[in-house]
Design a protein around this ligand. Structure first.
Ligand code: NZQ
Ligand code: ZN
Length: 388
């Protein structure tokens, strides 16, 4: 087991009606002038936004809004939020939504706290990030895990790049998680969320150092729970227990609990980000579209690990390691299909691309062939191109 530090400071309020606590939570965490960050309208239609505003008014908190966050959130909107936040002397950011609203909120918080630095310089680590505002979250989709994660992802549309920023300053102060707020989700988004939650665990699972047994047990239990609850959630998005399991798994999966004591990989995410930057596809769908090809490309480097996964997660026992490993990969692909998720680029709606497009995507994913992806089998741009 490698050395590790585990600190997830985000306070979690889980369950029915917990959103009613948002104003008190903001006060408790020192906020008085709030910017509410949200997406394209689901929180307006569900009435959540109005309930948030009512709660803030009752607590006599000043608030302003940044609306219109879109999936694969854009740098430009975050910059707009920074300008507005500085002008309105905002001291706390409240995200209402999913990964896109939360990541925009995190970016706005960094930008307001560092008014003399451009946001992209922070994102690309040209300028070290040493302070930020506090962010609170009201989660409406179980997926990205941004409500507890140390990461945030933005797309710089001007240069066609989607990039993550990892820093402890990305951990929200509190996360309100009421599974009832996810009842209005379209099936496609539930499917994307299931994939993303599984992927946050799998990207910490298929790595060379597997010596932490407890971490394996947590990861495998989480995967089994997501697979089973995911099926129920796809049938009935108002199944409280299924949505609860997904929501809690989403947070645990990306808080780093499922990767303690070992390295993490996130190579499939790099492939997915390249696809989303170019084709604006949903994050979860971008991952399911390439995971099977990635797994088939790398599994021979550690058949034992893939066979172990097949048994522990899918209950597959086969006569030899190779068969078991392949069957585990196939079971995962079949599951993605069963919940309506794409398992190839054509299924993602991208169609057969000219070789040159695939090459460009591979260059993007490997930062111009300067970075090797995958710890099990280091992949250069040519390998990535074959996977695509
Ligand atoms: O914009 P609105 O109208 O709110 O609609 C959203 C959006 O269209 C909708 N939605 C959310 N909650 C809903 C709802 N519709 C009806 N009812 C509800 N209760 O769902 C759509 C997707 O929302 P989004 O926030 O984009 O989803 P998700 O949570 O999957 O976030 C994806 C983003 O997070 C990034 C991804 O790359 C992507 O940009 N990630 C962030 C991570 C992090 N910060 O730690 C890690 C992840 O690996 C991921 O990269
Ligand atoms: Zn993800």
């Amino acid at each position: 087991m490698q050395n590790f530090t585990y600190c997830v400071p985000t306070e979690i309020l889980f369950g029915k009606d917990t959103e009613k606590e948002c104003a008190k939570e903001i006060r408790k965490h020192g906020g008085s002038r709030v910017m509410i960050v949200y997406g394209k309208g689901s929180v307006v239609r569900s009435g959540l936004l109005q309930r948030i505003k009512d709660a803030l008014k009752e607590e006599e908190l000043f608030f302003t809004e940044l609306s219109g966050v879109r999936p694969n959130p854009r740098l430009a909107l975050a910059e707009e939020g920074v300008k507005k936040g500085i002008a309105e002397r905002v001291d706390f950011i409240l995200a209402a939504g999913g990964g896109s609203a939360i990541d925009t909120a995190k970016a706005v918080a960094h930008g307001i706290a560092n008014p003399n630095v451009t946001l992209w310089d922070i994102w690309t680590k040209k300028v070290p990030l040493e302070k930020s505002l506090k962010v609170g979250v009201i989660l409406t989709i179980a997926a990205a895990g941004s409500e507890t994660s140390d990461s945030a992802v933005l797309t710089n549309e001007a240069i066609g790049k989607k990039m993550g920023l990892g820093t402890e300053l990305n951990r929200p102060a509190f996360a309100i998680m009421n599974p009832e707020l996810t009842y209005t989700l379209p099936k496609y988004q539930i499917g994307c969320g299931i994939v993303d939650i599984m992927m946050h665990t799998l990207e910490r699972y298929f790595i060379p150092d597997q010596s932490n047994r407890m971490t394996d047990e947590i990861a495998e239990g989480l995967l089994r729970t997501v697979i089973e609850s995911g099926k129920k959630a796809m049938e009935d998005s108002t199944d409280y227990d299924a949505m609860s399991e997904l929501m809690w798994c989403g947070s645990l999966s990306h808080s780093n609990l499922t990767g303690l004591g070992r390295a993490k990989d996130f190579s499939v995410h790099k492939l997915g980000h390249a696809l989303s930057a170019r084709f604006d596809c949903a994050h979860g769908a971008s991952l399911s579209a390439v995971w099977g090809s990635w797994a088939e490309y790398v599994y021979e480097k550690d058949k034992g690990r893939f066979a172990h996964y097949a048994k522990a997660v899918w209950g597959i026992v086969a006569e030899d390691e190779d068969k078991a490993a392949k069957a585990g990969i196939q079971a995962t692909i079949d599951y993605f299909r069963s919940i309506g998720m794409p398992t190839s680029l054509p299924e993602l709606g991208i169609g057969i691309q000219a070789e040159s497009v695939l090459e460009e995507l591979s260059q993007d994913a490997t930062m111009g062939d300067t970075v090797r992806l995958s710890l099990l089998r280091p992949l250069d741009a040519e390998d990535v191109c074959r996977i695509f």
